[in-house]
Ligand binder design. Structure first.
Ligand SMILES: [Zn+2]
Length: 431
């Protein structure tokens, strides 16, 4: 849900020092001419003195402190925003957002250093202020102050760049937590952090964070603030102890693509988001997975359960003919719910197998019960668990196992998560 600018402005006004202002909002422009001038101040003065009424837009624009009331305090702030910044350069570090880009500007004297949040690349630019304009590297823009901690630059092409005060010192980009992380607490619950520079999101919820040595403060878009202490373990891991008492272990999640094959933290992935190329063709179940199956089969037999592989390796072209057959019978939409498109089947990896009967009846057999309880000991997981269709992209398939090796299979089993949740990835066709 997109938070209306005015509510966001209210959250920011109320707490004063919030560093998260995603939208460029110009407050106090009461005559709607796009600039903040003494005319806006006199319109506001007449309203406060009871001489004029406001339209709803004017009311929203005039509520500078965002508390839902218009009074002399808003007038004082508007006067300050209009008059007191005239010709002054910002100082310290500011986070600047356009619709497509986030940058950090550190102003110092007649210079500013501009760092691209995504790449970390910096450049040093000249800057100067005059009247209600700011010139950075020869480009002159209107500067509209909303408060001492927020201003909007309106560039010559009309685009807006929203500046929020961050700190008095430059951002040390090398110390930022840039990357995709999965954070797991003591209960096995996992949250995904996607961080670039000093901003990011957790499970899709945006934040900025400030760091002071090992002390971190996370400021969320809805105005909530959480403090945490970080303990670095190695380049791929750190712990965050939150003020709530909860501790999360952060693990860097690396996605790499080699010869068209996607590996997440080194684990080969084939699902609806990550497909295999036609050229990936191991030709059979990989030997390590097959020998693990034979060990499992022998132990299951001792427990009175008879396991066999009903479908193991499937080539790209075989999956293609299967899928097209199903689609011809049931239509593409229905076929997508139970059959993978060619290139998207885990059976092409040589690491997946269907045990006994690939059908719902298998779920009621003692073999199914044994498999679910024990397969992790041999390095397998039930790949498409019950109730996880929205996450894995497949309905519950008690018969379909994936070989991960013993250590990882145990971890995934203990977590109670699907592989997608465990690795913080999704499984959705792009079209
Ligand atoms: Zn299968």
């Amino acid at each position: 849900m997109k938070i209306p600018a005015i509510i966001l402005a209210a959250a920011i006004g109320a707490s004063g020092t919030l560093a998260y202002t995603p939208d460029a909002v110009i407050r106090g422009d009461l005559n709607g001419d796009g600039s903040l001038t003494s005319e806006d101040v006199s319109i506001m003065s007449s309203y406060v003195a009871g001489r004029t009424a406001f339209t709803a837009e004017q009311f929203a624009a005039a509520d500078i402190d965002g508390n839902g009331r218009l009074n002399v305090y808003d007038l004082i702030r508007l006067r300050k925003n209009v008059f007191s910044h005239e010709g002054t350069l910002p100082s310290g570090t500011w986070v600047a957002r356009t619709s497509s880009l986030t940058r950090y500007y550190t102003f110092s004297g007649g210079k500013c250093t501009c760092t691209n949040e995504r790449t970390g690349a910096s450049s040093e630019l000249s800057c100067s202020a005059a009247g209600s304009t700011l010139t950075i590297d020869k480009e002159t823009s209107d500067i509209l102050w909303n408060s001492g901690e927020n201003f909007v630059l309106r560039h010559a092409d009309g685009s807006l760049e929203n500046f929020t005060y961050y700190s008095s010192s430059p951002i040390d980009y090398a110390k930022c937590l840039t990357g995709n992380w999965y954070a797991k607490d003591g209960t096995g619950s996992i949250r995904c952090f996607n961080i670039r520079g000093v901003s990011g999101s957790v499970n899709g919820k945006p934040f900025v964070y400030k760091m002071n040595g090992s002390d971190f403060t996370f400021i969320f878009q809805d105005g909530t603030v959480s403090a945490a202490k970080m303990t670095r373990i190695d380049s791929m891991h750190f712990d965050m102890k939150w003020d709530s008492g909860r501790t999360e272990r952060f693990t860097l999640r690396n996605i790499s693509v080699k010869d068209g094959i996607t590996y997440v933290n080194g684990i080969l992935i084939a699902n609806k988001s990550y497909s295999l190329p036609q050229s990936y063709d191991p030709g059979k179940i990989l030997p390590e997975a097959l020998s693990a199956f034979y060990t499992m089969q022998a132990d299951a037999y001792k427990a009175g359960c008879n396991l066999w592989i009903t479908s193991g390796y499937r080539s790209y072209s075989y999956q293609s003919s299967l899928y097209n057959q199903y689609a011809a019978r049931d239509g593409y939409a229905k076929a997508d719910t139970y059959s993978a498109r060619p290139g998207y089947s885990e059976h092409q990896t040589g690491l997946a197998m269907d045990i006994n009967v690939a059908g719902d009846s298998f779920g009621y057999s003692p073999e199914s019960k044994w498999l679910a309880a024990n397969c992790w000991k041999y390095g397998f997981i039930i790949r498409y668990p019950q109730g996880k269709q929205d996450i894995t992209g497949y309905k519950y398939e008690p018969w379909h196992v994936r070989y991960l090796g013993k250590d990882l299979a145990k971890e995934v089993y203990d977590s109670g998560l699907s592989l997608e949740e465990f690795l913080c990835i999704d499984s959705k066709y792009k079209n």
